[in-house]
Structure formats: structure tokens, C-alpha cells
Design a protein around this ligand. Structure first.
Ligand SMILES: CC(C)(COP(=O)(O)OP(=O)(O)OC[C@H]1O[C@@H](n2cnc3c(N)ncnc32)[C@H](O)[C@@H]1OP(=O)(O)O)[C@@H](O)C(=O)NCCC(=O)NCCS
Length: 160
């Protein structure tokens, strides 16, 4: 897998990427099996990504096949910015990160996170944060390299 990332390009989704993004999204959410996920959320998400009025975005990692010149979508990340009373500038929340099974541990997850960091800087919202399940050790192998673990716990309104 080493060298994989050198053949990978990350870019914002465009309207024609809907099928690729939804294919990867369905694989991503299959691992969570969340009964609260609304029906049709995939298209609602994608509509928002390509709506210039909505400050929520997605980027896809494309792997270039040198022999055919074709590109294959192999991962994605979704993120949005929001204001905070604790700082003047907006913050960036990294909502989702996924790399397709066959392409993991090749630096693609890191590349997607670096894309978000760069865009967050450009958006004036460099403080990027995210959360993960305590048992998601695989993701944390990456997160400890690109970030640090905070002391916070996440609480939620009951019923939500
Ligand atoms: C989490 C996920 C996105 C990581 O993507 P990835 O492409 O495998 O990650 P990368 O290869 O860029 O980075 C992994 C880093 O952790 C290290 N790492 C990953 N797996 C490792 C392992 N099994 N043993 C040792 N180190 C490992 C790598 O060395 C790398 O560090 P480096 O950049 O310094 O070399 C991917 O595993 C995934 O999609 N998982 C399922 C969905 C998920 O859990 N998403 C996160 C939700 S919060």
C-alpha cells in the first residue's frame, strides 16, 4: 500500500460525483447500523454539499489507475463550519471520514484530513475538531498522528 497516496487526488465533490459519493457513504454507514439515520439522507447531504448557500462540504479521494488513466473514488470526508462564543473565528467540524477497505493504511485517510485542514485555513476556521467511538482504534491510529485527544465528553439531549 505504500505509495498509494501519491496516486491519489483529493478534491471537492461536484454534481457528477453524486453516484460515487453515495456508493462510499452507504459503505460507511453500513458499519454503524444507526436506526435513527433518516431515509433519503444521502441525497439530502449531497444536495447540501453542492449548494453554495450551505457551509457544509464534501471531498472525495480519487485513485488514478496509471494503465487506463481512469480515476476511482476510494474515500471521502465531510465537514462544515460554525461560529462559537469561545473564539472570534468560525470552527470546523469534521463530520465524516471514510476510506474503502482495499485502500486503507496507505495514507489516504491522512490525505483527506490534510485537505480539510487546508480548506479550514482558507475558510478562516482553522480550529478543526471531530469525534470518534472509543472503540474505533483504527481511526485513532490516524487521529493521534494528526491531532490530540481532548478531555471532553459528549452528552446529548434525551431522545436525540
Ligand atoms: C479511519 C480510516 C479513515 C483511516 O484511513 P486510512 O487511509 O487507513 O488511514 P491512513 O493510512 O492515512 O493513516 C493511518 C495512520 O495510522 C497508522 N495506521 C493505520 N492503521 C494502522 C495499523 N493497523 N497499525 C499501525 N499503524 C496504523 C498509519 O501508519 C498512518 O500513519 P502515517 O500517516 O504516519 O503513516 C479508515 O480506516 C476507515 O475508513 N475506517 C472505517 C470508517 C471509520 O471508522 N471512519 C472514522 C470515523 S470517526
Amino acid at each position: 500500500m505504500s505509495g498509494l497516496k501519491n496516486n491519489v487526488t483529493v478534491r471537492y465533490v461536484q454534481a457528477e460525483d453524486r453516484e460515487d459519493w453515495i456508493r462510499l457513504w452507504l459503505k460507511f454507514i453500513a458499519t454503524y447500523d444507526d436506526p435513527k439515520l433518516p431515509k433519503g439522507i444521502e441525497n439530502a447531504n449531497f444536495d447540501r454539499f453542492i449548494d453554495p448557500q450551505v457551509k457544509m462540504w464534501s471531498a472525495i479521494a480519487f485513485l488514478k489507475d496509471d494503465s487506463t488513466g481512469r480515476e476511482k473514488a476510494i474515500g471521502f470526508t465531510d465537514f462544515f463550519i460554525h461560529p462559537s462564543t469561545w473564539q472570534i473565528e468560525d470552527k470546523t467540524y469534521l463530520n465524516d471520514l471514510f476510506v474503502d477497505d482495499d485502500f486503507r493504511v496507505g495514507g489516504v485517510g491522512r490525505k483527506l484530513m490534510e485537505f480539510v485542514y487546508n480548506e479550514a485555513d482558507k475558510l478562516g476556521a482553522p480550529s478543526v475538531y471531530w469525534n470518534t467511538d472509543h472503540f474505533n482504534h483504527r481511526a485513532q491510529l490516524l487521529y493521534t498522528k494528526v491531532g490530540y485527544l481532548t478531555e471532553k465528553r459528549i452528552y446529548r439531549r434525551k431522545g436525540y
